[in-house]
Structure formats: structure tokens, C-alpha cells
Write a protein that binds this ligand. Structure first.
Ligand code: ZN
Length: 270
């Protein structure tokens, strides 16, 4: 059964620029290359994947990586952690916008607000978020949102705009924000966190997501699902998330795979 990893960062395997922590993690996966990760994914039935950018260089790498490979797409984004540099550099912002019309760019993000780490000041995060939403509208692209402990500020910004399509990636929030997301027709991205969380309320939330709005992702190299904790995550592991969720939600794996794949195809037009 075909699966899609809607969120991974394999464009930076072996890279010398881009997001430093991600590259360091990839370097721990001995012998792994971008092509190897793609081949591993295909072997496990992952037919398509989206390489998600976190800053300008990373987004450029995602575009280049996707351009050369079947089944591979790119999302261009400035992660909330990187928004301070971005918010104070208009040349960078202009360059970023020029990426939106490149081939195989299927989304804008990851963008959003992260008040858990707050690596960038809140006003810069808000500025970068608005900027990226406006690019998504202009180029008619869906958005990949990263929102952590910041929904109170996120929803008012989201609601300033009309007709936004997108996904709340790596959703770990509560039922109230799940309801708010669903009422705005957003998709909910679930990854390996679901397989190792001990939080019963969290598991309840994963059960409550309607299949019609569920997307699967790995966020690799991060968030390796159980029982593979301790190894570097790869897109091929999205099937492990599918297995876990089909058990948790008492859904046939083929149904869960089929519908989540259809959801990803519809949202990202891939
Ligand atoms: Zn990510």
C-alpha cells in the first residue's frame, strides 16, 4: 500500500550548509545518502515525499534535491527558529519569494510560531509567519505550519487571511486546538511522537483526528518511531507510524494508508 511522507528533511543529508542540527544528525547515519534514503523509502512502499525547508539555503537544497528525483517534492520555508535573521533582511525575503515558482515546489513552510524554544523573538516570528502566508496566497500553495505553545497568537494571524489551506505538522496539542484546526479545514500531521508518547491525553487526540484530515510524516532525521528509537529517522519509517495509528485507531492499515495518501495528494497536488 502506497504511503507518502509529507514532512522530511533528507535534502540536507551530507550537506555543508543549511540547518546545522539537522545536518549533524544526518552525519550520525553512517553511509546514508539522499539516494539511499529515497531507495529505502521506495522499498517500504513510500512512493512520494516532501522535503521541507527551514531556511533559505535549506529550501534551495530541497528544490535541487527534488528536481533530480521522481516522487520527491519541495516545500520552501523559514522555520520560526530562523525568523529573526529573515525578518531583518529584505534581500533575503525577496530571494525567498523567488523560490515559490520553482518546479516541484508544492508548499510554503515549515513556518509558524515556536514559543517553547523562542529561539527568535516573538515579533520576528509573527512577521515571518505573515510574510510566508502572503507568499502562499500569492502562489496558491498550501502551508506547512509548525506551531508550538503558541496557538493563542497563531489563530488570530491565521484568521486574518481567507482561504488558507495547509497542515499543522507534528501536532501534539490538545483537543481544543484540534477542534479549532478542523473547523478551519486544516490537516493534522502525525509522526513518530505518537509511537513513543506516554501521555494518554495525547493518544486520545490522535484517536480523535478524523481520517479525512490525517496526514502521515516522519520529520526525519528527527522523531524516530518506536521500536527504532536511538537510530536516525528516515522517510521509510512513515510505515511504522501508519502501523501504530491503525492499531491505536482500530482502522485497517490499508484504509489508513489509502486515505492519508489521498489527503496528501489533494492538499499538495502531487
Ligand atoms: Zn520539520
Amino acid at each position: 500500500m502506497e504511503l507518502i511522507d509529507t514532512h522530511c528533511h533528507i535534502q540536507s543529508i551530507g550537506a555543508s550548509k543549511g540547518e546545522r542540527h539537522t545536518i549533524e544528525l544526518w552525519n550520525k547515519a553512517e553511509g546514508l545518502s539522499g539516494d539511499r534514503a529515497m531507495a529505502n523509502a521506495k522499498e517500504q512502499g513510500v512512493s512520494k515525499l516532501i522535503c521541507v525547508g527551514c531556511d533559505l539555503d535549506d529550501s534551495l537544497m530541497a528544490i535541487d534535491f527534488a528536481a533530480l528525483r521522481d516522487g520527491c517534492y519541495a516545500s520552501i520555508g523559514i522555520h520560526p527558529h530562523e525568523s529573526n535573521v529573515f525578518a531583518n533582511n529584505s534581500a533575503l525575503a525577496e530571494h525567498f519569494e523567488s523560490l515559490a515558482s520553482k518546479p516541484k515546489v508544492v508548499a510554503v513552510g515549515e513556518c509558524g510560531l515556536d514559543y517553547f524554544y523562542e529561539h527568535s523573538p516573538k515579533d520576528s516570528q509573527l512577521k515571518a509567519l505573515r510574510y510566508q502566508i502572503e507568499i502562499a496566497i500569492k502562489y496558491e500553495l498550501p502551508l506547512i505550519f509548525h506551531v508550538r505553545q503558541a496557538f493563542k497568537d497563531f489563530w488570530p494571524v491565521f484568521d486574518e487571511y481567507k482561504g488558507l489551506r495547509g497542515v499543522l505538522h507534528s501536532f501534539t496539542d490538545d483537543e481544543i486546538n484540534l477542534e479549532k484546526a478542523l473547523s478551519r479545514n486544516l490537516y493534522i500531521g502525525v509522526n513518530g511522537i505518537s509511537t513513543f508518547t506516554k501521555d494518554k491525553k495525547q493518544l486520545q487526540v490522535y484517536k480523535a483526528i478524523p481520517l479525512s484530515h490525517l496526514l502521515l510524516e516522519t520529520d526525519s532525521p528527527y522523531l524516530t518511531p518506536a521500536p527504532y528509537r536511538g537510530t536516525i529517522n528516515e522517510p521509510m519509517r512513515v510505515g511504522v507510524v501508519a502501523d501504530f495509528l491503525s492499531n491505536l485507531r482500530h482502522e485497517k492499515r490499508s484504509d489508513l494508508a489509502g486515505v492519508t495518501t489521498k489527503n496528501a495528494v489533494e492538499l499538495f497536488r502531487i
